[in-house]
Structures are given as C-alpha cells and as structure tokens.
Ligand binder design. Structure first.
Ligand SMILES: Nc1ncnc2c1ncn2[C@@H]1O[C@H](COP(=O)(O)OP(=O)(O)OP(=O)(O)O)[C@@H](O)[C@H]1O
Ligand SMILES: [Mg+2]
Length: 566
C-alpha cells in the first residue's frame, strides 16, 4: 500500500457510510446497526492511522498492525461496493409487470432476505475483526492525529558557498541566469523582480544559485547579497529574521514582526540587492505577497532568485518565465561519476569496468545527486564483483542515507495531500520511460475512486486533470506531448521519479513481465502487464489467481497502452 494513502481510503469509507444511500441500504436489508458499528470502528482506526504510518518504518509491530488494518479496510470497501451494486441493480431491474418483477427478485440470487442475511454475516465478521484490531496493544500505543496533508517538518539547511572545481557543466546555465540578474529594467515600473530556477530534487538548483551568487560580475553589480534557505516553513517572521541575519551577519534582535519589518526595510532601502530564497515550497499566494511587500523598497535592478521544485511556486513568485533546469549531459555525467567512483577521478584501465561505470552513470539520467550518491557508494566497492549488482538493481533496493537520492526525492512525495499520493503511487504501474497516455491515466484514477469532488455537477475527469496538472507542477511528470490542438496526450516520468513511485506504492502494486510467473500475489491490488498479451499463447500466472483483492489489471502495450480489464 502506498505510504500515506490508507487514510484516504478510510476517509472514503466513512463518508460512504454517512451518506443517504447507505442509510437506505441499512434500512432495506436490516443491517443498520452493523453499518453504524462499522462506521464507528473505522473512525476509531482513522484517528491513529497517520501516526501509525509514520511509525511503521521503525516499528515492526506497528507495521504488522497496519497490514491487518489494510486487509480489513479493503474488505470493508468491497462489502460496501457489493451493497451499492446490488442496490443499483434493484432499481434497474427491467420489465413493468409488477408481479413478475417481484417473483424474479424473490427467486433470484439476489433475493432480499438471502442477500441481507449473507451481507449481515459478512459485516458482523468484519466488525469482529476490526474490533480485535482496535483492541490490540499496538492500537493503544498510537497517537490521535487528524491532520490529513501531513507536512513532515524536516527543515533543511543550505548556504551560499560552493567549490567551483567540484561542479561539472552548468556554465551555460550560469551565464543565462546571470544575464537575467544583470538586466536592470525587466519591468520598468518596478525596482525589484524575481527569477526562479525550477527542477526536481537533486538536479542542482541550489548549486547553480551558489555558483551565480559567487560570480565576480554579480559580486560587483549588487550592493547587497543575501542568501537564506526557506525550506518548508514559510512564516513571515522567521523569513524576515533570516534575511536580516544574512544581511547584517548578526542575529535579529527584535522578536516582534513590526520591529523586524522596519529593520528589514531599512537594510534594503534604496540598495540594489540580490536575495536568494533557496528551496521554496510555499504555494500560498497571500503568504508570498506578504513577504514581497516588505522587499519592494530595494534600488533599481534588485533581484530575488528563487530555487524550487514546484512550477506552481515559480508561477506565483516569478515575474519572468521560470528557468527550467535540465540534467547533465551523458559526457558530463560520466565525468562526475569518475570523480566520485575512482581514486583521483582517474578513468579505469579495464574496458569492462569502464563500460560498466558508463552504464551506471547513464542510469542516473543526468541527475547530479544520483550520480554522486551512487558514485560515492561504489568508491568503496570492488568493481570486479560488486558493481554488477548495482547496475542491475533498482535504487530502491540499495540502502540510502538521509541525503541520498530517494529520501531527498521523497520529500516531494511526503508533502503531497493524500489524494495526490494515491495518484502518484498508482503510476508505479508504468515502467520507466513509458509514454503515459494522460487521458487514460486520469480515467484510471477516477475508476479507482482517487478523484473526489464535493460538487456533484463537476465532471470527475476535469478534477482528475487538475490533479494531473498539480503533479506536473510539482515536477513528478515531464516531457508532455501535445496534439495539434495543444491538448496534452502523454507524459513521461523521470526514471528516478518512477523508482520513487515503485518505492512508495509498496508490495500492493507490480508490473508483470512475460517471464514473471512466480510472485507473491496475496497482497496484490494493482498489476500491469508490460508486454503484448497474446491470449492464445499466454496464460494468467496461477499465483495471480490467488489474489482476491485485485483492483487493477492493466495491459500497457495493447493498443498503444493502458487497456483495463474490469
Ligand atoms: N553540476 C554539478 N556537478 C557536480 N555536482 C553537482 C552539480 N550539481 C549539483 N551537484 C551536487 O548534487 C547534489 C544536489 O544538488 P543541489 O542540492 O544543488 O540540488 P537541488 O536541485 O537544489 O535539490 P533539492 O530540490 O533537493 O533542493 C549536491 O551534493 C551538489 O553538490
Ligand atoms: Mg536545493
């Protein structure tokens, strides 16, 4: 199960149980009491779910407990589906002869009485199991937490210093940004303008900003240079304090925002300044305007340089087009890899090791953080024996420290609201480099119930499209292809993002290739097939037949990708 999405499913169950449809279902089949009990139990579990999801990484008992919750939650979801389908079917029974209709209903397999009894037993059993889960010792140790969009506070710190000789490439990017910074009159009516560098985690945005800030021309051009790391706390008083500190090399004395704003405005008054706001996550316009107002008093040509993973942040803050940072070229990647993986950066003499190294470097797809992480790990390993495993393994199977590539990228996932977590994790069903048909993807999200709207007149596909755009803005998707009318047809996921999706989706989702016949299917929820299924030749792997929870059965290669068998 994708991290952070169980809460969303549970929330959906509670909402369904509270709806008018289920009130009537309860009355018709005489299961009202049991349904209410179910709602109560699921609500009790929901209260501690977020805490449990956070603790599971370091606590085996919590992990197991969560697994049992997950099993029963899916069972509950299925039971509600069964009720709902039956209720809908009843209203749809054709024929206007009242007697024949009643007879047909009575003798059909969906006989009210039989169905009611059968379902009554099912919910009773389910409630019993849920009650046991809620009486478990682990449950008692968990804390109540109702906050949905968890913002994991992991404040990061960066600084303005960089050793240029450690940095590969980026001359062109540096030149382009400097040109924008030196432009004295980008908006004739304003003294201060902003530029943002956008790209996903580890691409080198902070590094590029450091290079720029330390450039000689930039040094001469600006009277005042300031660097602050904003990270995920965007509170005006904290930011203003940091700016004052950066400008004066002194800790801001006042604690009151009014004093602080006066001090800040005095510092920048009339001076041509350059302020770097590194690692900005805030996409709340009001908060941004609050800060911007205080920064407008600079001299002509003052600039705010922002680095962010989110295009949305850039759109709010930027007065020009954001600068989309790209990955390193293959040649640059190999150069950086050598620096990291070999003694003194020397190219290996063995052509086999060189070829292996080049392939591993290529796998990093130009992302400096990935190249550094892997190169650094390989430095201590024997190329003859241990490197091959790295080439073949996924990053997610390699142990990573906090600042390595997957944990760094996961920051972007952790801050997603849970409905988007669901949607992103679902993309693990597409293999790396796969051209994802966007319309199909959105339909699948809708079919899975990930897309929600409180407005009944709103088309769910439209809401799904908003979800998609939100993920694009946050750099989860890239390389969008449009048709001749400008409508988005497909997109791709960077290989590293794909790995992140696989990691967060967990064991509930998998891609099956032609040769994969033996796998643990019991917990599978979503499967996709990455080959053309020829029904005369190919047989469904028997282990798949054991899976009774499957919710997706997706053929990727058929008809240009993404056919579903319901
Ligand atoms: N061109 C480069 N050559 C060598 N190393 C680089 C280069 N660019 C970045 N790095 C290194 O890669 C790592 C990640 O870079 P950086 O912190 O600048 O990424 P970022 O885009 O700011 O990531 P995040 O979104 O997490 O803030 C750092 O260790 C940095 O030193
Ligand atoms: Mg950064």
């Amino acid at each position: 199960m994708a991290e952070g999405v169980l809460f969303n499913i549970v929330q959906g169950i509670i909402e369904r149980l509270g709806s008018r449809a289920f009130e009537e279902i309860g009355l018709v089949w005489g299961v009202n009491d049991e349904l209410q009990k179910l709602q109560l139990l699921v609500s009790r579990l929901r209260a501690v779910l977020l805490d449990a999801e956070q603790k599971q990484a370091n606590n085996e008992a919590v992990k197991e407990w969560l697994q049992s919750v997950e099993d029963e939650v899916y069972e509950a979801d299925d039971v509600l589906d069964e009720f709902y389908t039956e209720a809908q079917w009843r209203q749809m029974v054709p024929g206007n002869n009242k007697v024949s209709k009643q007879v047909r209903i009575f003798f059909s397999s969906s006989n009210q009485l039989v169905f009611g009894l059968k379902m009554g037993h099912k919910i009773k059993d389910l409630n019993k199991r849920l009650h046991e889960i809620a009486s478990n010792r682990t449950f008692g140790q968990l804390q109540v937490n109702h906050e949905d969009a968890r913002f994991v506070i992991r404040e990061r710190v960066t600084h303005s210093f960089v050793r240029e000789d450690n940095i590969i490439g980026r001359d062109e990017d540096k030149r382009a940004i400097i040109q924008l910074l030196l432009d004295l009159d980008p908006i004739p009516t304003k003294n201060v303008s902003s530029i943002s560098i956008v790209g996903f985690g580890g691409l080198g945005k902070t590094t590029l900003a450091q290079l720029v800030l330390n450039d000689e021309m930039v040094e001469k051009h600006f009277e005042l240079k300031m660097w602050i790391c904003v990270s995920n706390v965007f509170e005006l008083d904290i930011i203003v304090k940091k700016i004052i500190q950066s400008a004066t090399n002194d800790i801001a004395k006042s604690l009151e925002i009014d004093q602080l704003q006066k001090e800040l405005r005095k510092i920048i008054d009339g001076k041509r300044y350059l302020l770097v706001l590194d690692d900005v996550w805030n996409d709340n316009r009001e908060k941004w305007f609050g800060l911007q107002n205080l920064l407008m008093g600079g001299g002509k040509g003052s600039k705010i340089l922002i680095t962010t993973r989110s295009e949305k942040v850039a759109k709010i803050t930027d007065t020009s087009k954001p600068y989309n940072l790209r990955g390193l070229s293959e040649e640059q990647s190999w150069f950086l890899f050598k620096k990291m993986a070999f003694q003194d950066g020397k190219e290996p003499t063995s052509s086999t090791i060189k070829a292996l190294g080049e392939e591993i470097a290529r796998k990093c797809k130009g992302v400096p953080l990935a190249i550094r992480t892997i190169g650094r790990m390989l430095y201590t390993r024997d190329p003859e024996t241990e490197w091959l495993a790295f080439k073949n393994n996924k990053l997610s199977t390699i142990r990573q420290e906090e600042n390595d590539i997957l944990p760094t990228l996961q920051l972007s996932y952790d801050v997603l609201p849970s409905h988007l977590k669901h949607c992103f994790a679902y993309c693990s069903l597409s293999p790396p480099d796969y051209e994802i048909p966007v319309e199909n993807l959105i339909r699948l999200w809708v079919a899975q119930g990930f897309v929600k709207s409180s407005n009944p007149n709103e088309c769910l596909e439209d809401v799904g499209y908003e979800y998609y755009k939100e993920l694009v803005w946050r750099s989860f998707f890239q390389e969008e292809e449009k048709d001749e009318f400008g409508i988005i047809k497909s997109c791709k996921m960077h290989d590293l993002m794909n790995e992140l999706a696989v990691k967060v989706a967990g064991e509930g989702s998998t891609i099956i290739d032609r040769n994969k016949t033996d796998f643990e299917a019991k917990r599978l929820l979503h499967v996709s097939f990455d080959f053309n299924v020829d029904s005369s030749e190919w047989k469904i792997p028997t282990s798949l037949l054991e899976s009774n929870k499957l919710r997706t059965f997706l053929f990727l290669s058929q008809n240009g990708g993404g056919d579903v068998i319901p």
